[in-house]
Design a protein around this ligand. Structure first.
Ligand code: SAH
Length: 250
């Protein structure tokens, strides 16, 4: 038996934003593996084993899933948002790639989900309406020099930039340095969106000008979106809409 592993994105936090395929995969699983705060979102039931792990134990999580799959069970790995955006799909493929030949025959099914930047974008308007890029700000897996270069060149290309993993307790300085680069290279009226825990009961969204942006506005539950030089605000009485026009004149 070769085994089968499903890797699903459970979206940003609201059940109704999960796809039908993900809901079905959860219903059909015998074992669900994931970071504890995602496992907490799954309703327990008879004949379902829930396996929570620490956020850093990604490789162990993949091996655990492989072992369960090789035992003929229906194992599901869950990630928040989309499972291939800075999440478990790549961890699984890295593990298979570096493991015994027989692992490569395991069938892997990826079920997409609504990633944080799309959820945040929907809550504020259409900031990603023109060309954009996404950068994971964590230095756990790559050097700061590369992140710094990518931010600088993205600004030069006038991309809208979505920043995942902007600021954690173990990396307090990375976002300080990021804001410094942004303030040096962009005009002070550039819009920046701090979207925290989007589509959950803890949701908090701020749209500010770069000159008013503070390091404390971001944490690990926040996705930060920096507008391009073309991003615009439509002012309303209670909330503002931000969008980036589709075209740039020739
Ligand atoms: N696979 C996830 C991203 C994992 S990296 C996805 O596709 O969304 C974790 C980072 O995602 C967090 O540090 C934060 O920047 C962002 N994030 C995840 N869920 C979020 C939410 N509901 N609201 C805002 N940001 C979120």
């Amino acid at each position: 038996m070769n085994g089968k592993i499903t890797i699903a994105g459970i979206g940003p936090g609201k059940k109704s934003l999960m796809t039908q395929e993900v809901i079905q995969a959860i219903d059909n699983a015998t074992d669900i593996i994931g970071y504890s705060s995602y496992i907490n979102r799954i309703k327990s039931r008879k004949n379902l084993n829930l396996h929570s792990s620490d956020n850093r134990q990604e490789h162990e999580r993949a091996i655990h899933a492989i072992e369960i799959a090789l035992n003929g069970k229906n194992v599901l790995i869950i990630s928040s948002g989309d499972p291939s955006v800075f999440a478990m799909s790549s961890v699984m493929f890295e593990t298979l790639d570096n493991g015994p030949e027989i692992w490569k025959e395991i069938e892997i099914i990826i079920l997409p989900g609504v990633t944080a930047m799309l959820a945040a974008s929907a809550r504020v308007g259409a900031p990603l309406g023109h060309d954009f890029c996404a950068i994971n700000l964590s230095t756990n897996l790559k050097p700061w020099s590369l992140i710094e270069k990518r931010i600088a060149l993205s600004i030069e290309c006038d991309f809208v930039i979505a920043l995942y993993n902007p600021r954690s307790k173990s990396r307090p300085d990375d976002f300080v340095k990021t804001l410094k680069i942004l303030k040096e290279k962009c005009e002070e009226n550039r819009y920046i969106i701090f979207a925290k825990s989007v589509y959950s009961k803890y949701e908090k969204i701020k749209i500010v000008k770069l000159k008013d942006a503070k390091v404390e506005m971001a944490d690990m539950q926040t996705v930060v979106i920096i507008g391009s030089s073309f991003s615009k605000i439509i002012k309303k009485k209670n909330a503002s809409i931000i969008y980036t026009p589709r075209s740039v004149k020739h």
